[in-house]
Every structure is written in C-alpha cells, then in structure tokens.
Design a protein around this ligand. Structure first.
Ligand code: HEM
Length: 471
C-alpha cells in the first residue's frame, strides 16, 4: 500500500502476511540495520512496527523523546481472552491508570524493602535456604533452574504477600510453573500468529487456549491468598504490597471518593505482572551467570580470590559490591552478553512524531532492540565475547557504561531494576563465597553451549553443574 510521508524504510511487505516470512528479527536485525539504518519499518502480518536499533538511536528515542515513545502497545488488545490480563496493572497500562499504578507500586515496594536494608536481609536469608537446597545434591550434577526460580520468586512473594513459601510447597511449585509457562507461551510462534491474525488465529492457536487456562488458575490462586490476607488485615501493620492496596481501598470507602484504579481487578493484574516480570527475568539471568562461571573457570577463580580477600567468611552485604569490582563487572558483563530481553516490552507512539528525519504516526508500535544496544559494535570493545573488562578501568576499578541497558531506559524503564540488581549481586556473590561450580564429570568447558534458546526471556539451553562446598 501507499506509504505515508517519509516513513522509515524497510523490507517490502507481502499482502496480509507482511514480513512474517522474512523476520527472524532478533538474529537478523544486524543485516536489516545495515541495509535500512537504525530506524526501520517491518510488518508483522498486517501490523506495522517501527524498529529502533543501536545505542544512540534507542537512547535518543527512549530518553530524549520519552513522552512520544513512552506508551505501551497493548499487544494483546485483539486477544479478547487476554483482555483481563493485559489492559491494566502496571505493565500494559497507559495514561492515568499507568501513572497511578506505577507510583503506588514504586512507593509501596520501597516501603516493603525494595532497595533497602529490609530487602537485603530477605535476600541474604533466602540465599541461606538456596545454599541448603544445593548442599543436598552433595556435589552431584544438578540443574539449578528450579531452585533459582524459587529463590527469586520468594523475594517478590515476601514483598507482595508479606511471606515466603517453602520450596517443597505444592501450591508454590504449581504457581511458579504456571506463571513461567504463561510467559514462555507469549513468545511462541503460535501466539504471534494469533496476535497477527486474531480473527482466524483463535481457531488454530493451541498456545492461546493453554495460556487462558493458566491465567484462570493463577487468578484463582491469587484470589484465595487475597481473601486470607483481607481476613487477617491489620491496617497499622501492613505485611506487604497487597495489604497496602487493601488499606488504600478502605481509605477510599471512608472518604467516599472512589478511584477506579484501586479496584480488586487491578490488584490482581498488578500482582500477577510483578511476579511475571520479576521472576523469570532474574532467574534466567542467574542461569546465564552460572553457565558463564563453569564455562570460564579462571574468571570464577578471580571472583573467589576477590571475595576471600575482601570479605572472607563473614556475611556479604550489598555495600560490599563497591569493594568487589571484578565480581560486579562479571554480573554486568553476563547481563550484557546474555541480553535476555532482546527487545524492550513493545512501546507505541503517543502522538505523531518526526524522529531522525522520519515521520512516525501516532499509535505506531515501536520495538526498541535492547540487544542491539548491548552488542553495539561502536560501543563495546568485544561485543560478542564474555569480557568483564568492559566494566573495569585500567586500575581494576568498576566503571559504569552508558550503553548498559538491560533494564531499558526512559519513563517505562524496569520498575524492579533496583531489586533485581540487589538480588543478582547478593545471591551470586554468596553462592560463590560458599561453593565451587564445575561442569559435570566428563563435560569439558568447550562442550558447554552458549547458543540461547529462543524463548522469552532468552534462556541458556538446559545444563547441569556440580555445586561443591568450598573449604
Ligand atoms: C534481571 C532482571 C530484570 C530485567 C533484565 C528486567 C528488564 C525489564 C525491561 C527491559 C522492561 C521493559 C522496559 C521498557 O518498556 O522499556 C521491564 C519492565 C518492567 N519490569 Fe523488569 N526486569 C527485571 C527484573 C524485574 C523485577 C525483579 C521486577 C519486579 C519488581 C520487574 C518489574 C517490571 C515491571 C513492573 C515493568 C513494567 C514497567 C512499566 O511498564 O512501567 N522487573 N523490565
């Protein structure tokens, strides 16, 4: 069809299917970027999307044009069944609803510890439980994925519900499994087909039906927990985010001024999104870091030497990261290279905008490619290798890098960044303080495959490692 004024260039779309056949975008962005520049247009079926690539372009759009590119594209609007899941909470909402929920979530998650000593203590305590579970393998090969997910999920749970779960609790295991399967389903080709062709997709997409089932089960579980929390609520001693929400509702009732954003449905969606956004991302990052540790044992040696020299055997604190530059650099480099969210959550333009000379009309879906920033060849000395020195100066001191953007940037930047950074540091450093990680017997470092599985988030292939207590 005819293109509007000076739209960003891109591959020619076919009728109906657009560029679907040509788009293996997360792998091909480099060739598309080379051909069309750092702002280009693609069509997912009939849906037009503008892709932003490279550090300078992504930063300019998300930070300098924060308002224009600051809305979320409700990817799921046509998915009638996902209506409840998508249209509010904090992750998918826009306008006043988003502002209210983002502010409320930030204030209250901070009150229940995010970025504070209370949260640090919870993570240190959870590291202890995680270590005890790992010891049970007695150095035999194990897949740490489930335990890592349990540990990070318990941190969110403590902040949201006010309590943690036992790792063996069947309800906890089921809850985590359902949430993690839902997130993975959202990135399947079947769901993408459904998103591109909602009218016919619903007849073919098995993933969509499974997703719906999982959402109902998670919702039922949450409603049960909310009921228990409401029954035992003490407005003067809130246990977590959910209690704070109930207190806010009570205040509304008393004042007679009802704010529609504080109804039960929004609580359910926000809680579900906090668990969804905060669990798989952090746990997957851990799986990558541990894989890098068994792949590069000399780097593990250096970290353990640093921790032994600076901290010894006392309990680690978050402020120790300032004196553990190499350990801190390895965590950052793992996030950079793994780039678990190759794109940020889709944005959309809030108004017509002229960006880098191109016209992008209001309501266009915008995909900032975070992987293209984290692997930008003009920003990183060795963009495709594991190179912790990216974050160290010549004296071995930690240096921040502007192009380090795994949490994205601008007004929709990850709400849990502070929490995730604290978890990554404390869990990882405590683990390496206490254990040596090695590949299973008979597996060499060269055998370990760093090719990611194309899932959401981008995950390492399943692997096992041996966790041996250090003397
Ligand atoms: C290593 C861990 C994590 C990574 C890499 C990560 C990354 C991201 C990214 C890339 C976005 C999209 C930002 C954008 O649209 O530009 C995002 C959004 C979000 N993240 Fe995280 N995240 C992590 C952990 C967490 C945690 C622990 C929480 C929970 C407290 C969380 C809660 C959220 C929420 C609620 C949003 C939506 C924010 C909004 O739309 O206003 N994330 N995250």
């Amino acid at each position: 069809s005819k293109k509007p004024r000076n739209e960003p260039p891109g591959p020619t779309p076919l009728p109906l299917i657009g560029n679907l056949l040509q788009i293996d975008m997360w792998n091909r962005h480099k060739s598309l970027q080379k051909k069309y520049g750092s702002v280009f247009t693609i069509y997912m079926g009939p849906k037009k999307m503008v892709v932003l690539a490279g550090y300078k372009t992504v930063k300019e759009a998300l930070v300098n044009y924060a308002d224009e590119f600051g809305e979320r594209h409700p990817l799921c609007v046509p998915w009638i069944i996902l209506y409840n899941y998508c249209l509010s909470g904090v992750l998918w909402s826009n306008g006043d609803s988003w502002k209210e929920m983002r502010r409320f979530s930030l204030i209250n998650l901070r009150d229940y510890g995010m970025g504070k000593k209370a949260c640090e203590d919870k993570i240190i305590e959870e590291s202890f439980y995680l270590s005890e579970e790992l010891k049970k393998f007695k150095g035999e090969p194990c897949d740490p994925s489930q335990l890592l997910t349990n540990a990070v999920s318990n941190i969110i749970s403590s902040m949201v519900y006010g309590s943690r779960f036992d790792y063996e609790d069947p309800e906890f295991i089921a809850l985590i499994d359902r949430m993690s399967r839902s997130i993975k389903l959202m990135a399947t080709p079947s769901m993408q087909f459904y998103n591109a062709f909602p009218a016919i997709g619903k007849w073919f997409s098995g993933a969509q039906k499974e997703f719906q089932k999982l959402q109902v089960l998670v919702r039922e579980y949450n409603l049960k927990v909310f009921h228990q929390l409401k029954e035992t609520l003490n407005p003067h001693m809130c246990r977590g985010f959910v209690d704070a929400f109930f207190v806010r509702q009570q205040q509304q009732l008393k004042s007679g001024v009802i704010n529609p954003h504080f109804l039960d449905a929004n609580l359910h969606r926000t809680v579900q999104q906090l668990f969804g956004a905060g669990t798989e991302t952090t746990a997957t990052t851990f799986r990558w870091i541990l894989l890098f540790m068994i792949k590069y044992p000399k780097i593990q040696d250096q970290i353990q030497e640093e921790i032994s020299r600076v901290v010894g055997s006392r309990k680690l604190q978050y402020e120790d990261r300032n004196n553990l530059p190499f350990t801190n650099a390895v965590i950052h480099e793992s996030q950079r290279l793994a780039s678990i969210l190759p794109t940020s959550v889709p944005r959309r333009t809030s108004k017509d905008v002229t960006f880098q000379g191109y016209f992008i009309e209001k309501g266009t879906v915008v995909i900032p490619l975070l992987a293209s920033v984290l692997h930008d060849e003009t920003e990183w000395e060795k963009p495709h290798s594991f190179h912790p020195a990216h974050f160290l100066d010549k004296d071995g001191k930690f240096v921040k890098r502007d192009a380090f953007m795994p949490f994205s940037a601008g007004r929709r930047v990850c709400l849990g960044e502070g929490l995730a950074r604290m978890e990554l540091f404390l869990f990882f450093a405590t683990l390496l303080q206490n254990f040596r990680l090695t590949p299973p017997p008979g597996v060499s470092e060269d055998d370990l495959d760093l090719t990611p599985q194309v899932l959401a988030p981008l995950s390492p292939r399943p692997y096992k490692l041996c966790v041996v207590p250090r003397t």
